[in-house]
Design a protein around this ligand. Structure first.
Ligand code: SF4
Length: 61
């Protein structure tokens, strides 16, 4: 499962990269970028948490 970031919404808070360092990184523009795919049930659970906790609902799959 590969997440997507809506860069027009992302405020660069870093929460997704903290929860899922294998899936997200914060680029120099202070916007989250996708750096991997969730390929295990454990990483999918973390991705679902990031989707739930993103303060601006910028993450989708
Ligand atoms: S949690 Fe949401 S707002 Fe925060 S960096 Fe990730 S995508 Fe952007």
């Amino acid at each position: 499962m590969t997440p997507r970031i809506d860069e027009t919404r992302c405020i660069g808070c870093g929460l997704c990269a903290q929860l899922c360092p294998d899936l997200f990184a914060i680029d120099p523009r202070q916007v989250a970028i996708v750096s991997g795919a969730a390929d295990s049930s454990e990483s999918i659970e973390r991705l679902e948490a990031a989707i739930d906790y993103c303060p601006v609902q910028a993450i989708s799959t």
